[in-house]
Ligand binder design. Structure first.
Ligand code: NAD
Ligand code: IPM
Ligand code: MN
Length: 359
């Protein structure tokens, strides 16, 4: 029997509530695929920062580099500045392990109410492919003339040919099995160096995929199209910051940030990939047992698919869809009254009976 060695980092806030629940679902699903998990728990978090002055140990990445995957909750909590906690844990893992694709599916499912009028389940179904290692997120910059009238701060964006080309190719490869339509998010009217370069690379990579349709929109009107015309999209490729924004807007358009999953993918598999929901630590509801676990559970399904366990991944996704459609065990963000545990129990109960009975 295959055993997958997984690093579990619940992190902060509701990460500590939804990760253990998602592990219960993954354990149940493992019986469908006939595999098992070897979980190693890491307490890397803002709480650890408060005790030790570091989000993770200095050799943290080396400790988990040989794992099959990383299962992460959320990072960041009031008390530690966000740029300190995120650059101390989440971002080094994404970069150190060359997880250069942040893959975030957006799908309108039955039972979930879209804030948009008249949208049918299945009518919104696309992927945001977000560049995850460079772009507008950088540690290069500085601050000068503190306290003077001339006080200034600078931040550099970095776009490399390798970085653009590989994430764009990933988007086209993903679209191959879908509608073969790729949209690029740009802003080459206002940002005069990096974004024209992004467009240039998108045009060059598009040529490698004859027969595909492509389009590009400036990020401002693209956000409007997400709301007005979400059915136009199949695969959207975007820089780090634009992809971040689009991957919160997409889930909002299909119901709730609480159900949105994500994968930080290293396509070459020379380092582990990391699976985490799109949402953060939700300090406003942390500790109350009301967080929606679906984003975390669905991220677990993405992890199984990445590991090659398609049957178990598909079973979890079907169980999520069935429970959402029934609408009898939903959390507050979806208009229900259930707690985190109750919704998880419903999903485990909706798995094929062999898995659910054994759980
Ligand atoms: P957030 O996603 O944590 O919360 C935004 C809103 O959505 C809140 O009202 C919250 O209650 C709600 N929400 C989020 N997840 C939910 C769930 N599963 N069920 C029900 N409601 C849910 O975003 P934020 O408030 O901007 O960030 C809080 C902290 O998390 C910050 O420190 C931020 O930097 C961090 N963050 C981390 C990640 C990550 O680890 N990948 C992602 C986003 C934000
Ligand atoms: C996300 C988050 C992170 C990001 C933050 C917390 C640094 O918003 O995973 O989408 O911007 O990548
Ligand atoms: Mn985000």
């Amino acid at each position: 029997m295959t055993t997958y060695s997984i690093a579990v980092i619940p992190g902060d806030g509701i990460g500590n509530e939804v990760v253990p629940e998602a592990q219960r679902v993954l354990e149940a699903a493992s019986r469908i695929g006939g595999f098992s998990f070897d979980w190693t728990h890491y307490d890397w978090s803002c709480e650890r920062f408060a005790k030790t002055g570091a989000m993770m140990p200095a050799d943290g990445l080396a400790q988990i580099r040989d794992k099959d995957a990383i299962f992460l909750g959320a990072v960041g909590f009031p008390g530690v500045p966000d740029h300190v906690s995120l650059w101390g844990l989440l971002i080094p893992i994404r970069r150190g392990f060359h997880q250069y694709v942040n893959l975030r599916p957006v799908k309108l499912l039955a039972g979930v109410e879209s804030p948009l009028k008249g949208r049918e389940p299945g009518s919104i179904d696309f992927y945001v492919v977000r560049e995850n290692n460079e772009g507008e997120y950088s540690s290069i910059g500085g601050r000068l003339y503190d306290g003077l009238d001339d006080e200034l701060v600078m931040q550099q964006s970095i776009f490399t040919r390798r970085g653009c080309d590989r994430v764009m190719r990933y988007a086209f490869e993903l679209a191959k099995g879908r509608k073969q339509h790729v949209t690029s998010a740009t802003k080459s009217n206002g940002i005069s160096h990096t974004m024209p370069y992004w467009d240039e690379r998108f045009a060059a990579i598009s040529k490698e995929y004859p027969g595909f349709t492509t389009d590009q929109y400036h990020i401002d009107i693209l956000t409007a199209h997400f709301v007005r015309n979400p059915d136009w999209f199949d695969v959207i490729v975007a820089s780090n910051l634009f992809g971040d924004i689009l991957s919160d807007l997409g889930p909002a358009v299909v119901g709730s940030i609480g159900i949105a999953p994500g994968g930080n993918i290293n396509p070459e598999k020379d380092y582990p990939s990391m699976f985490e929901p799109v949402h953060g630590s939700a300090p406003d509801i942390a500790g109350k047992g009301v967080a929606n676990p679906i984003g975390q559970i669905w991220s677990g399904a993405m992890m199984l698919r990445h590991l090659g366990e398609e049957a178990a991944a598909g079973a979890i996704e079907k169980a999520i869809e069935d429970v959402l459609a029934r609408r009898d065990s939903l959390t507050r963000d979806l208009g229900g009254t259930a707690g985190t545990r109750e919704l998880t129990d419903a999903i485990i109960g909706a798995l094929p009976s062999s898995a659910a009975n054994a759980a």
